[in-house]
Design a protein around this ligand. Structure first.
Ligand code: GLY
Length: 414
């Protein structure tokens, strides 16, 4: 870093709404001059887009060296899981995010479960299988449904499935092993309860609480339909108590961070725990980054300097985090057919809005902006309470919606 305010060069790695929200927060920093987004998307303004494959971590690192980037912030977990931090460290480049070893807390659900067991952190009951026949035998014998079926590691086709019967669980297991005979499958109890996430900034054994966020994971209103990447989000989560926040930070996030640090692979980056509360607080999983679309409702509430906060924690100082008391509601618009095979890639209706919009999956052809067939954009409204923020967001959804886009109508209602 040049040591002079306003002269930093920041690189953001990723291409979705989360990185669009990073860009807005980084642009507000008094420390920053130039911002690069690699690869970014066509709706990102006030930055330079870098046409390099983000999964080629050596090429990303070469770019950062060539451009003398002062700070890199990474969005996607699969890029972190490739060891981008380890590559940057070899060249003494600053990158905020965990190493490949520390990223296992997200990239391997089994690793996280084992660590939680060791630390006696309450988590949903589970069984793990690497053999198709044994997994089928296990689900055939189950009497209590639904169950969650999860994959250890990443897959484009599969993330989380809820099976309501022995037959559907067997189908899911066959689907997973058909795609990859070496898969590791986690079959987990389904707990119905209050779900939310607690976000934190972590460096080694130090954990700084950020805020609560709720991600609306299911495709359809009323929390029905398949699990998606997230169809909307709110922050803060109005029904989370101070006791629950304290419990998660003190009894879950801090012991996890300390344990990784003591094991020699200290975590540096954003960390969040996905929590469910029924008759007790349990961890559903951990994420080694900020969430998509959680980031889009979290960062607009940050009043302090995002880049300064990150640099402080990287330098071992306590970040001076300041938050707005306002509520933020984000509603995702996705292409009809998202989560199915047929994906509509129609033209988007880009018009002025009262709310902010972050673009998630878009492409430009002949100056027109098209959906890319996945989640396309998120409308983010901030207001003094959740009802007003919700109303504002949905007024703008009305302006942006088209016949080929889908969205939930109940984000922020519960
Ligand atoms: N919205 C959940 C995630 O980012 O994985």
């Amino acid at each position: 870093m040049k040591g002079v305010w306003g002269l930093m060069k920041v690189l953001i790695v990723g291409k979705g709404g989360r990185e669009h929200a990073f860009l807005r927060a980084v642009r507000k920093s008094k420390l920053v001059d130039e911002v690069f987004v690699l690869p970014g998307n066509c709706m990102m303004k006030d930055c330079k887009l870098v046409d390099i494959d983000m999964y080629d971590v050596k090429a990303v690192c070469d770019f950062a060296l060539k451009e003398k980037i002062d700070l890199t912030i990474v969005g996607p977990c699969d890029v972190l899981a490739l060891g981008i931090k380890d590559e940057f460290e070899k060249h003494n480049l600053k990158l905020f995010g965990p190493t490949k070893s520390a990223t296992r807390i997200e990239s391997s659900r089994y690793f996280a479960k084992q660590l939680m067991e060791k630390l006696k952190i309450p988590t949903t009951d589970y069984a793990v299988f690497t053999d198709r026949d044994q997994a089928i035998k296990y689900v055939s014998s189950l009497e209590k449904f639904p169950v969650m079926i999860k994959l250890d590691g990443f897959s484009k086709k599969f993330s989380v499935n809820i099976s309501k019967s022995n037959e559907s669980a067997i189908d899911t297991i066959n689907l997973i092993f058909d795609e990859n005979e070496n898969a590791k499958v986690i079959i987990e109890e389904y707990v119905l309860g209050k779900e939310f996430s607690i976000f934190a900034l972590v460096k080694d054994d130090k954990v700084f609480y950020l805020q609560t966020v709720k991600d609306y994971k299911r495709l359809l209103d009323g929390d029905l339909g398949p699990y998606t990447g997230g169809m909307g989000a709110v922050s803060p989560v109005f029904n989370v108590t101070d006791f629950e926040i304290d419990y998660v930070v003190e009894k879950i996030l801090k012991p996890m961070a300390r344990s990784m640090y003591e094991a020699g692979y200290g975590f540096e980056g954003f960390l969040y725990g996905e929590i469910v509360v029924s008759n007790e607080i349990k961890v559903l999983g951990f994420n080694a980054r900020l969430g998509e679309p959680e980031t889009e409702v979290l960062l607009p509430r940050l009043k302090s300097d995002f880049v300064e906060n990150i640099l402080d924690i990287m330098n071992g100082k306590e970040p001076s985090l300041q938050w707005s008391d306002e509520s933020c509601v984000g509603v995702v618009l996705a292409s009809k057919g998202y989560m199915e095979d047929e994906l509509l890639q129609d033209k988007l209706n880009i018009v002025p809005t009262e709310s902010e919009v972050c673009f998630m999956g878009v492409k430009k052809e002949k100056k027109l902006v098209y959906a890319d067939g996945t989640r396309n954009l998120i409308v983010i409204a901030k207001d003094k309470n959740i009802e007003d923020a919700r109303e504002k967001a949905y007024r703008d959804v009305e302006k942006l919606k088209t016949d080929s886009l889908i969205y939930r109508t109940d984000i922020g209602k519960f």
